[in-house]
Design a protein around this ligand. Sequence first.
Ligand code: SF4
Length: 169
Amino acid sequence: MIKESNSIIGVSHLTVRNVGLGFVDVPGGKTSINIYFSGCSVHCSGCHAKTLWEPIDSDYTDHRGLIEEINKRVAYAEWVCFLGGEPTEQNDDAIRSLITWLKENGLKMCLYSGKEWNHPSEMGIWSVVDMIIVGPYVEEKRTGGWPASSNQKVWTKDRSDEWSLLKDM
Ligand code: SF4
C-alpha cells in the first residue's frame, strides 16, 4: 500500500474518468495501473475512445478517492500508465503533484500522448516519467499490435536516465 500525501491534493483538478489494471499497455508483459483522463483535442480518425474527447469532471473530487483506487491495484503492478483522452491537456500543477507522489512511492510511469512531440525534454513535467509513446493513432497505419499505429514513437529512459528512441518507424 502506498502512502497518502498532502502533495496530491491538487488531483481534484484532473478529469480522471477511470482507473483500472492494464496488461498490454507497457511492453514486456508488465501489468500497469491505468489512469484514463477525459479531454482530448487531437481527434484522431479511428479513435477507439471518442467518449473521452470531452473533458468531464472527475469522479475523484477528493485525492483520497484516487489514492484508494491506486492502492487497490498496487500489489499487482509496479507501473502506472496515463492514457486518454490526452493526458498532456490536464492541469499541469495537478499532474505535477500526482507524478511526484507516484515517484516518491517507487512506481514507474508510462504516458500515451497523441500529440507530435519531437523529444520528451519538450514535455515539461511529463519528462520525468519512464516511458512515453507519442503520436496520433492513424487508422491506415494500424499495426494490430503495440503500439497501435506504426507512426507512433516510443521513448524510454536508459540506466543513466537519458531518453532514447526505442522505436521510430
Ligand atoms: S489522442 Fe488518443 S484519445 Fe485522442 S483522439 Fe487520438 S486516439 Fe483518441
